[in-house]
Design a protein around this ligand. Structure first.
Ligand code: MOS
Length: 741
């Protein structure tokens, strides 16, 4: 791997997506693009109650309709097995664990209770609509008053937060709410399942093909080697596709039962209702501080809703524990059962809603103490990770603030509420910090040097739209010092060497050591072939006296214009390829000697036009410290997208459950509001590139999730600065602000 003094040719340079042309020409095949002869279409029927029993399912009308093959439910679908318990970290992960169609109990509105199968999609839709279901229905519980129902348990403590709070000179006790939020990916959850009599091939929408294979093998009652899961392209995931959902087990089971390929695409409505969401979260933050603004006590209670059957924890105290210096910290958590589909990870799970609360509260403290919000962060900057009592690997949070403040013009801020105006619009300026873990998942990869001159990188990880194809190609191109176009990246297939889940913004950081090792091994294999092959010009030489550089094999005394291109060597001596394997371990679970995180700071300007009740985010400056940036173009894309998602979180996004029936009412992209182009601010993204070499050779940390952390707080803080109205219950609505006099 390169040393710091070596010049990087590909890594660190703006690089277009190598899969871009496939996507813009429509050549890239997503799960639901797969077609097979004889394929049947399945359409799921969702429950129209949220709590109760199915009394009867009458499919007689549906079965008489043209093209209908059958309507399958608990009584006539082949067995779907219980999943064995998870054996530990990342083993058989799924949020809704109960096998679909396994009993008559309905726990949430939209739960799959039957599936109609027909020769065309339209016929299957019509048949699904014609299925008549009778229920014995009870009133569901779907409200978001969570802390009132929560039996909080201590998650973390140091010192005595309660006693310190009692004695504190300045105190805040504030409650914040984040509503259910939906991933709103453009590509719907989809399964195309094929069964050849022995094995399954499943074309799926997943951020984790290996875990998906293992879960589906469990449901299907077969060994994992009888299941192959393919996700070559994903129309984004944001966590919504990290773990399997019920429709996949149904599609695969029907493929075996009917002996035909099955396509099951969830409707937008059902993805909203039964395909995961960020849970509703209620948080109480108690802060105690002295006159100088130093935190003396920090308490963070948080509760999220979860489904009736499955535990789900939104880890809101992740940053609370280490973000600021404070001797007395207490965090407590509870989940609260509701009649809802299971929540799941959504971009920056835990840290994102957590930082909305704590970074809003810190702003409230700054106002109370009349201290500039940036200065308050300086006052509370820790010199080590106080939760683990270990040093930070790198932490440049204050430099993020410094650079962001300079780019934004923060020194011009007048702290008085509503005091800053431009063309009749009141401006509000707010800031908040961001943090996200930087660890590694286990990764395996193989690298092939091939006789056609290509170099192939193979791993069962996946590109969820973030640029994984490109960054893996960059890594191999850099290792071998060859053009990027030489590299083929083959991922998104569970039959390849097990790669990391595309979750937690950790694929790139996890893959670097494995790719480096595999490239080294492939090179060794090539040089070994060079010295061992009779009639090779290198026959009998010592491997250490050979060089493989710029795609050529040569003797070390030869100049770099001499030598034989590797594919010429392979062709001439009749090798299809030589290859090497690489693997790297997880950094989870091991006792850490340093605390590893990505950091960031956001500066936001909102414009508030009171007379016409118009609020918009005018501009954002975001500075991110994610270590070495391997592809500045893709990294900037990630952070820009995250900031836009943060605007959605702050101003628009909210799932509404109807209280009597328990239906998620706004389960469509027309009714669930997300930011559009007209909402885009003037957006500037800066990176501080401090390599964290102890995580991987380039010192790269994730960029996906950290960019969303803190955005909603920065916007809420800016809205307060403009209007004097503190909104602690997201999203910030015009109605919240119209009560301002
Ligand atoms: Mo991300 S929520 O880990 O896909």
């Amino acid at each position: 791997m390169t040393t710091e003094t070596e010049k990087l040719n590909v890594i660190g340079h703006r690089t277009n997506r190598i899969d871009g042309p496939l996507k813009v020409t429509g050549t890239a095949k997503y799960a639901s693009d797969h077609q097979f002869p004889g394929m049947l279409y399945a359409v799921a029927v969702g429950a129209t109650i949220a709590n109760g029993q199915i009394q009867s399912i009458d499919a007689s009308k549906a079965l008489k309709m043209p093209g209908v093959v059958g309507v399958y439910h608990k009584d006539n679908i082949a067995k779907i097995f219980n999943l064995p318990p998870s054996k530990g970290f990342l083993d058989m992960v799924i949020d809704e664990r109960r096998p679909p169609l396994s009993d008559n109990t309905v726990q949430y509105y939209g739960q799959i209770i039957a599936v109609a199968v027909a020769h065309t999609f339209e016929q299957a839709c019509a048949a699904a609509d014609a299925v008549e279901v009778k229920y014995d229905s009870k009133t569901p519980k779907v409200d978001s008053n969570l802390l009132a129902d929560a039996k909080l348990k201590v998650e973390y403590q140091r010192g005595d937060a309660l006693a310190a709070y009692e004695k504190a000179k300045h105190k805040l006790d504030l409650t914040y709410r984040v509503p259910p939020e939906h991933h709103s990916t453009i590509e719907l959850h989809a399964s195309v399942a094929t069964f050849d009599g022995h094995s399954f091939t499943l074309y799926e929408t997943t951020q984790a093909v290996v875990n998906f294979r293992d879960v589906l093998a469990g449901y299907l009652g077969v060994e994992p080697d009888k299941v192959r899961v393919i996700t070559r392209f994903l129309g984004s995931g944001f966590g919504g596709k990290l773990w399997p959902w019920s429709q996949s087990a149904v599609a695969a089971t029907l493929a075996r039962q009917l002996g035909k390929p099955i396509k099951l695409v969830m409707s937008r409505k059902m993805v909203f209702q039964a395909g995961g969401h960020r849970p509703a979260v209620e948080q109480r933050v108690l802060m105690g501080a002295d006159d100088a603004g130093k935190l003396v006590s920090l308490q963070h209670d948080f509760a999220n809703h979860r489904s009736i059957l499955d535990e789900y924890k939104e880890n809101c105290d992740e940053c609370t524990k280490y973000f600021y210096s404070c001797p007395n910290v207490l965090t407590r958590f509870a989940s609260v059962q509701r009649n809802i589909g299971s929540p799941t990870s959504m971009r920056g799970p835990g840290a994102v809603p957590g930082l909305f609360a704590t970074e809003s509260a810190l702003d409230e403290l700054a106002i109370k103490l009349k201290i500039d919000p940036v200065q308050l962060r300086v006052i509370n900057e820790p010199s080590k990770d106080e939760s683990l009592n270990i040093p930070f690997a790198t932490r440049r949070l204050l430099e993020c603030y410094e650079l962001g403040a300079e780019k934004f013009g923060w020194s011009q801020r007048n702290a008085a509420i509503g005091s800053m105006k431009k063309n009749g619009t009141i401006l509000g300026w707010g800031t908040a910090g961001a943090g996200w873990i930087a660890e590694r998942f286990p990764a395996e990869v193989s690298v092939e040097l091939r006789d056609d001159g290509s170099i192939r990188v193979l791993s069962a990880t996946q590109d969820i739209g973030t640029g994984t194809y490109t960054v893996l190609a960059q890594m191999a191109a850099e290792e071998f010092n060859v053009p990027l176009s030489t590299i083929d990246v083959v991922i998104g297939d569970s039959s390849l060497p097990a790669g990391p889940i595309s979750g937690g913004s950790m694929v790139t950081g996890s893959m670097i050591p494995a790719v480096s090792e595999a490239c080294g091994k492939a090179k060794e294999a090539l040089l070994n072939a060079a010295v061992k092959t009779a009639d090779s010009p290198f026959h009998g030489a010592k491997e250490k006296d050979l060089v493989f550089a710029n795609g050529k094999i040569r003797k070390s005394e030869q100049s770099d214009t001499e030598g034989i291109p590797f594919h010429q060597f392979l062709k001439k001596y009749n090798f299809k390829m030589v290859s090497g394997k690489g693997s790297s371990g997880s950094t989870f679970g091991a006792k850490a000697s340093v605390s590893r995180h990505a950091y960031g700071a956001h500066f936001v300007e909102v414009g508030w036009q009171k007379d016409i009740a118009r609020l918009r985010v005018n501009r954002v400056v975001t500075v991110i410290d994610s270590g070495k940036i391997l592809n500045p173009q893709a990294a900037r894309n990630q952070v820009e997208g995250a900031v836009v998602m943060g605007i959605g979180m702050a101003l628009f996004e909210q799932g509404h459950y109807e209280p009597t029936k328990g239906a998620l009412l706004n389960s469509s992209l027309a009714d669930y509001i997300v930011p559009v182009h007209a909402d885009m601010p003037d957006l500037e993204v800066q990176f501080l590139e401090t390599p964290n070499k102890e995580l991987n050779e380039y010192g790269a940390k994730g960029v996906g999730e950290v960019g969303l952390a803190g955005v909603a707080a920065a916007i809420a803080n800016a809205v307060h600065h403009a209007t004097g109205k503190r909104v602690r219950d997201l999203p910030i609505s015009i109605e919240d602000l119209l009560t301002v006099t």
